[in-house]
Design a protein around this ligand. Structure first.
Ligand code: GAR
Length: 196
């Protein structure tokens, strides 16, 4: 069985969408815990209300302490996949290498365009006509690593930033669990793994 940990920093709507699909039986996985670098992350309450164990990682004491706590939890809970859902920290190369090909992230733009913390806004400000969402394997760079799946979102004439944000989040909630399902079932292989 796939034992996953979900990492968040904020609202947790992507986490929620994944938990919905696990609950409905569409995605086969067990969530060992949800962890955040921020004690005030709204998503922690949502996870608690679903009776999922939650943890706050001590990033306030530095990245090394935050990651050591994360590694400890992963070992203790036998976690084999890390699912980043709005987790706004860059993982160290050491942690990434230890779990290579088993850390997944979602980004609200079509990478490699508009990485960073403001993907939707940056695409909007640039004036692109098509943006979208990307699910990718994580490396130690910002929103970087092998792309697993993308979903385009067209910018409409009457869009404003808010309406675009809503559609991007809907696209994220559609794409993330499906990509995880393909990845967990072995149907979707990382390119490097697939070419071995
Ligand atoms: C999501 O849009 C996610 O793609 C983005 O943070 C948001 C979290 O929302 N992540 C990044 O920008 C990573 N660079 P959520 O907490 O409601 O899932």
């Amino acid at each position: 069985m796939n034992r996953i940990a979900i990492l968040i920093s904020g609202r947790g709507s992507n986490m929620d969408a994944i938990l919905d699909r696990i609950q409905s039986g569409h995605l086969e996985a067990q969530v060992a815990f949800v962890a955040s670098d921020r004690p005030d992350a709204k998503g922690l309450e949502k996870a608690k209300s679903r009776a999922i164990p939650t943890e706050v990682l001590p990033y306030g004491d530095g990245k090394a302490k935050g990651e050591a706590a994360l590694q400890n939890l992963m070992d203790r809970h036998d976690v084999n996949w890390l699912v980043l859902a709005g987790f706004m920290r860059i993982l160290s190369e050491e942690l990434v290498l230890r779990h290579q090909g088993r850390i997944v992230n979602i980004h609200p733009a079509l990478l490699p365009s508009f990485p960073g913390a403001h993907g939707i806004e940056d695409a909007w400000d640039f004036g692109v006509k098509v943006t979208g969402v990307t699910v990718h394997l994580v490396d130690h760079l910002v929103d970087h690593g092998e792309i697993l799946a993308q979903l385009p979102v067209r910018i409409k004439q009457d869009d404003d930033l808010e309406s675009l944000e809503r559609r991007i989040h809907r696209a994220e909630h559609r794409l993330y669990w499906r990509t995880l399902r393909s990845l967990f079932s072995g149907e979707l292989k990382g390119r490097k793994e697939g070419s071995k």
